[in-house]
Design a protein around this ligand. Structure first.
Ligand code: GLU
Length: 492
């Protein structure tokens, strides 16, 4: 096999929509292997299935990968020695191979109509056979072909599958895999409109682009025998194959694109305020692990430690709690300005704050302090909106525990004393330090301390019995709101 430095790995997305978590995992593993080996990472766009083509699909793929922090050596945007990197721009290349395969008898024209193929299939099913192309056009002579042509039939081109052969390969993840050629009917390589099918184009491209390792999802395992047939027909050495395990949802079922318990698209992670390095770390562990207890890996560590041997065969469970934990881990370690960048837009979008351009310096400082107070707790940027609800509501909504806390006997005295302390001090003294001093005064005056003192204040003002630092919270709530809430509770 190829030595270090000559490794060439490709990610070959079909641009059928947004970059999906599964595609991102494939791309990441391709990338990590290429970088680990000091090789080249290529992105090729497989757009021959035009019925599924989405014009923004290419940008979505590339932008999503860029956001994740991946870079590539060759593709549609950066060019490269084997350009073009988009299949619809490579039709001439496929055509020249097709001519060779027709000439060598590995391929033939098929004039069958949909109806004929359907009739054959129905007959096979009636006989209890596995449906496959019945072979009507396998052996037709030139006159018959000419007759079909003059009827206006447009031929597809089929690959002539050799009878009785076994095709096998050593998958880097699953070991030896073999397929019987007889289970595969002669398959369409080129459609009547001249556009090649995936199984054909992929081989030509991987060969032309000197790809050494094909690392892709398990769903392509069943495509591999067709591809091996083309390699054989061309007298070419196939690349090394590695088929990545399925991604399973938390209940260990195959993840479906409609599963709402999992955020499926990379753009959604970006829009919800996830950190790309956390998403990369999480995705890297979907089917791979270097062994040992370590779970947090920088991109550099992933590159260094990545290996195909340590990819598992069994499905990789998408653990949403682990993702939340991991993103929180990264948010905690991130400097505040970046956390503000991640979260502030969500407060603005929720109408909690004016647009950044219209924000006063004071508002920005306040928002920054608010975000800082919740940084430890944040699982993703957009979560700031629900976490900080209590600062924006007109009145605190007391949860059950808070209601119990404010029902205690000492509460009126504590709240009244706190209100008096705030009223007695000039407004400028309503600072984090000032609040601390006031609470000290309340303690001296009422004789209550610890939980008996702080719990009612927290419960009455925030509606909750747990939360972030109390002095900070009271300062962020602001003097006016705190006084109003205290009065409301005392009078109510
Ligand atoms: N274009 C295929 C897909 O998007 C990938 C093919 C491959 O990696 O061989 O699923």
């Amino acid at each position: 096999m190829s030595g270090k430095g000559t490794v060439r790995v490709r990610y070959a997305p079909s641009p059928t929509g947004h970059l999906h978590i599964g595609g991102a995992r494939t791309a990441l593993f391709d990338y990590l292997w290429a970088r680990n080996q000091g090789g080249r990472f290529v992105i090729r766009i497989e757009d021959t299935d035009q019925s599924r083509h989405v014009e923004t699909g290419i940008d979505s793929q590339l932008n999503g990968l860029k956001w994740l922090g991946l870079d590539w050596d060759e593709s549609v945007d950066v060019g490269g020695p084997y350009a073009p990197y988009r299949q619809l721009e490579r039709l001439d290349i496929y055509k020249s191979y097709t001519e060779k395969l027709l000439a060598s008898g590995h391929a033939y024209y098929c004039y069958c109509t949909e109806e004929e193929i359907e009739a054959d299939r129905a007959a096979q099913e009636a006989r209890g056979e596995m449906p496959r192309y019945g072979g009507r056009c396998r052996t037709i002579g030139p006159e018959q072909a000419e007759a079909f042509r003059s009827e206006g039939r447009k031929p597809a081109i089929r690959f002539r599958v050799p009878a009785g052969k076994t095709y096998g390969f050593d998958d880097q993840i699953r070991g030896r895999i073999e397929f019987q050629a007889d289970d595969v009917g002669d398959w369409v390589m080129v459609r009547p409109d001249g556009i090649p099918t995936y199984n054909y184009a992929v081989v030509i491209d991987d060969r032309e682009m000197r790809i050494t390792h094909v690392i892709r999802g398990e769903e392509h395992l069943s495509n591999t025998p067709r591809q091996l047939m083309v390699y054989e027909a061309l007298g070419a050495e196939p690349p090394v194959f590695a088929h990545l395990p399925l991604i399973l949802s938390t209940d260990r079922k195959k993840m479906s694109k409609r599963d709402e318990s999992i955020i499926q698209f990379i753009e959604q992670y970006r829009d919800l305020g996830y950190l790309p390095e956390a998403v990369v770390n999480f995705i890297a562990l979907l089917g791979w692990s270097p062994g040992g207890e370590q779970e947090i890996f920088s991109k550099e560590e992933l590159i260094e430690q990545f290996s195909l041997e340590r990819i598992t065969k069994s499905g990789a469970v998408f653990d949403t709690e682990k993702l939340a934990w991991m993103n929180n881990h990264y948010i905690k370690k991130t400097d505040l300005p970046r956390v503000v960048e991640l979260t502030l837009p969500h407060l603005i979008k929720a109408g909690r704050l004016p647009a950044e351009a219209e924000m006063t310096a004071e508002q920005k400082d306040w928002a920054t302090a608010l975000i800082a107070l919740y940084q430890e707790q944040l699982q993703y940027g957009a979560q700031i909106v629900e976490l900080t609800e209590l600062f924006f509501a007109d009145e605190p909504q007391l949860d059950e525990e808070a209601q119990a806390a404010v029902a205690e006997e000492q509460v009126p005295a504590v709240l009244r004393s706190f209100l008096t302390a705030i009223e007695a001090a000039p407004a400028e003294e309503y600072t984090v330090e000032g609040i601390k001093a006031m609470l000290k005064t309340v303690q001296t005056e009422t004789g209550y301390k610890g939980k008996q003192l702080f719990m009612p204040i927290r419960a009455a003002l925030t509606g909750q019995t747990h939360g972030r630092d109390l002095n900070q919270t009271l300062w962020l709530l602001g003097r006016g709101k705190v006084m109003a809430r205290l009065r409301e509770r005392l009078d109510g």
